[in-house]
Design a protein around this ligand. Sequence first.
Ligand code: ZN
Ligand code: ZN
Length: 139
Amino acid sequence: MHHYLGCWLECRNRNCGFPIRVPYSRKLTKSDTGAFSFACPVCLQVNAYERKHLRKVQFRIPDPYKSGKLVLFSAWLACAYKRCPGDLVVFTVAAADVSLAALLQLWKTWMVKIRCSHGHRFRVPHVNTWWVQEEKKLG
Ligand SMILES: [Zn+2]
Ligand SMILES: [Zn+2]
């Protein structure tokens, strides 16, 4: 019986709680909190997470990130106040066969529950100004 090491992240939105498979990362050491922001692909809420929210699991199904079925993305958001340097990198996951154009139609409706260090809200960019890249692991 094969086992495939991965991580499980449970959405922090109490009305959702969707469990999301994320790539396993050896970088998840005890040296820091491993803080990251993540957008739930189901409820589209962006919340702050830490390493402690990740549960290491021996999955029976091969890593869908390695087989290219799922893609981990990071997107960059700027503070809603133009003069404020506050910014935020948000991780999220999507099926590999969904176009980025379709994803952005979803992502523009993100509800960002995180404030910048000055207490401001983050601005979700216009569809043609997103800064997105593919990632191998969280953080
Ligand atoms: Zn959710
Ligand atoms: Zn700000």
